[in-house]
Write a protein that binds this ligand. Structure first.
Ligand SMILES: [Zn+2]
Length: 325
């Protein structure tokens, strides 16, 4: 109770500080150039590009981000003097900025994850269309081709916005990152069900997809237009993540798939990695927190995962060709 009151007081202080700063452009003695809007005449007399709406929007984002950062530093200094531990702001721990990047470690790791997915997807594409035999209508024999293409796109999209959000957190980048991550999680659950139950019939696929797509869309709309509720979002993501791990684990337990050990390693590794998201800790040296470590563990997991997908392509294609003969 006492702890909640302290937390509440700091979050009100922080919000007041950001609100004040966005109006006055200053936190204490420190003032930010980007927070000077049309009220000062010098920017109105400036060249045309400095009056463009896009430029002004950019300035406003820079102002918001500077205000949040310096208000956070001030609050954290006060808290440290009173002997309190660090506290989360907009769902993230207080980080030290490096070369203008808010969380440089998470930015770099997100970029590596993106590169890993691109590599995985590209080798999947080459295997399907250039190495394995195609159907007479030039389409791959593998039944889940389109589903994995969408998965590759959603993964790369999500890592791209993750890198952007970890560089600068403003309302827009936060919404784009959270929305892309939720879309990817919801879609991966759908994919886990369709692949492990070998749902090949179009109507049955629609039956699986409809409720999941409806729920995921509603959740994204809720976060963007109603309330960015970090606690609730975390619950939704954990439930969707754990369910898909269970689905894959069940399949790995019963299938005679030649690469089931890869599936097992991703399920076990993914489960352990998820613990980092749940039991998170504040950043070491203001740079590496549990979330950054989680982004590091997904890099090798992504490699093994795409390697499993490619084995699945070969396995399914060869069993289909055997049937034809
Ligand atoms: Zn992240």
């Amino acid at each position: 109770m006492n702890f909640d009151l302290v937390k509440l007081r700091y979050s009100i202080n922080f919000r007041d500080c950001v609100g004040q700063c966005e109006k006055t452009g200053c936190v204490g003695e420190r003032c930010f150039l980007h927070c000077k809007f049309s009220s000062d005449s010098s920017s109105l007399d400036g060249p045309w590009y400095m009056q463009e709406p896009l430029y002004l929007q950019w300035k406003q984002w820079d102002c918001q981000s500077d205000c949040r950062y310096h208000c956070m530093l001030d609050r954290e200094k006060e808290r440290a003097e009173l002997g309190h531990g660090p506290f989360k702001y907009h769902g993230k721990w207080p980080f030290r900025r490096l070369y203008g990047f808010q969380e440089p470690v998470s930015v770099g790791l997100s970029a590596l994850n993106l590169a890993m997915h691109f590599h995985g997807w590209l080798s999947f594409f080459i295997l399907l269309y250039y190495k394995l035999p195609l159907k007479p209508d030039k389409r791959p024999c593998y039944d889940y081709t389109g589903l994995w293409h969408i998965y590759g796109f959603l993964s790369m999209n999500s890592w791209f916005w993750s890198a952007v959000f970890h560089s600068r957190d403003v309302d827009l980048t936060e919404k784009l990152d959270y929305s892309s991550a939720v879309a990817l999680l919801g879609y991966s659950l759908l994919l886990a069900i369709v692949r492990s139950f070998s749902v090949r019939n179009e109507a049955a696929r629609v039956m699986v997809a409809a409720p999941l797509v409806a729920f995921t869309t509603t959740h994204i709309l809720y976060l963007n237009n109603y309330k960015m509720d970090y606690g609730w979002n975390m619950k939704v993501c954990v439930v969707m993540g754990v369910t898909q791990l269970l689905v894959w684990a069940m399949w790995a337990g019963v299938t005679r798939h030649p690469s089931r050990w890869k599936l097992w390693s991703v399920v076990v590794g993914g489960g352990l990695a998820m613990l980092l998201e749940i039991y998170d800790f504040p950043p070491y040296e203001g740079l590496v927190d549990a979330h950054a470590l989680w982004h590091a563990t997904t890099i090798p997991l992504t490699y093994v995962w795409w390697s499993f997908i490619k084995d699945d392509v070969e396995y399914r294609t060869s069993s289909l060709l055997k049937k034809v003969k």
